[in-house]
Design a protein around this ligand. Structure first.
Ligand code: SER
Length: 315
């Protein structure tokens, strides 16, 4: 990135956006990173902010022009659980938001785009263990369908127009700085808050539901690494498999009990159980590791210690 480059983060108030903006402003100059979200005002005053509805193509173009944006991180999306309640709205947001930015790239307004995909592109017919990059993708959620379609469009724009779009299939992301919104993996964040507040948690997944997960610092590092990688190292222009660790609700509860011996977990699975069961248990991300040197740092015990320590600290 040169001194004239400007980054726009769309969806900056969300779980990933909150931490990504902070990190980008540490790496680049704070004024080079423009945060944007649908809310009127930002709570983060460390740099420029724009209210932006990604579904409004005119508004998107205006903001890109106003700040002479060169790179976009498009994080505004509706996740798996919320998406099942509003399927058409999820499709609209997840697809048309992406089209507006892909078109801006095709027209030469921006040079580079980051767009997140998810383990939700996989479905009940996908091999569940060590799921490869190229495999059966028959997602059963509207979120997964939109992410799979988005991946196809990203690759299409890259092949057809040379659009420099980069993407990762995130596992469930665990964070303490910001709350997740409407995902199936959110239990792995809620559980820490409830453990500290009430000493117990009722999980909406069953005890042995194993899912791929990652600590947010690893997720942010992966995001910035793939954006900074030289284009010649990237063999995947749809979206890279990305893995950290995998665990079940029972295993995370056991880990929490090492710090809070009286912690109790109970189980009341709801509609999210079927979503979780349709996803892989573990992911093979050897292409990310080989192509651009990805390596995760946090295991379950490190995540647990760090989450509890930070959530306990006076704010
Ligand atoms: N964390 C997301 C969800 O549960 C998966 O990408 O919807």
């Amino acid at each position: 990135m040169s001194a004239n480059d400007r980054i726009l983060v769309i969806g900056s108030a969300g779980q990933i956006g909150t931490e990504l903006v902070t990190r980008l402003r540490e790496i680049y100059k704070p004024h080079q990173v423009i945060a944007s979200d649908i809310r009127a005002e930002s709570t983060d005053l460390s740099g420029p902010y724009e209210k932006l509805n990604v579904l409004n193509a005119t508004e998107v173009k205006e903001i890109l022009q106003k700040h002479k944006i060169t790179e976009v991180y498009l994080l505004a999306a509706m996740l798996s659980a919320t998406g099942e309640k509003q399927p058409l709205a999820a499709w609209d947001l997840n697809m048309n938001g992406l089209f507006h930015i892909l078109e801006a790239a095709r027209e030469g307004q921006i040079q580079k785009l980051y767009w997140p995909s998810s383990i939700a592109v996989f479905g009940p017919t996908t091999p569940k263990i060590n799921t490869p990059q190229l495999t059966i993708t028959e997602p059963s959620t509207v979120y997964g369908i939109s992410k799979l379609a988005g991946e196809r469009w990203c690759e299409y724009y890259f092949n057809k127009y040379g659009t420099d779009v980069r993407s990762l299939r995130y596992p469930g992301l665990i964070s303490w700085k910001s709350a997740p919104g409407g995902g199936t993996t959110d239990y792995a964040v809620h559980i820490f808050h409830e453990a500290l507040k009430n000493g117990k948690y009722t999980c909406f997944l069953t005890e042995n539901t194993r899912l791929p997960m990652m600590y947010m610092p690893d997720g942010i590092r992966a995001t910035i690494d793939i954006m900074q990688a030289s284009a010649s190292r990237l063999s995947i222009r749809s979206s890279y498999n990305l893995a950290g660790i995998s665990f079940t609700p029972a295993e995370i509860a056991t880990e929490i009990k090492k710090h809070l011996p009286n912690f109790e977990i109970s189980y009341a699975p709801d509609f999210r159980q079927a979503i979780a069961e349709s996803w892989p248990e573990s992911i093979n991300d050897s292409l990310a590791r080989n192509d651009w040197g990805w390596n995760h740092e946090y295991n379950l015990s490190k995540i647990t210690t760090d989450m509890l320590q930070n959530l306990r600290a006076p704010k």
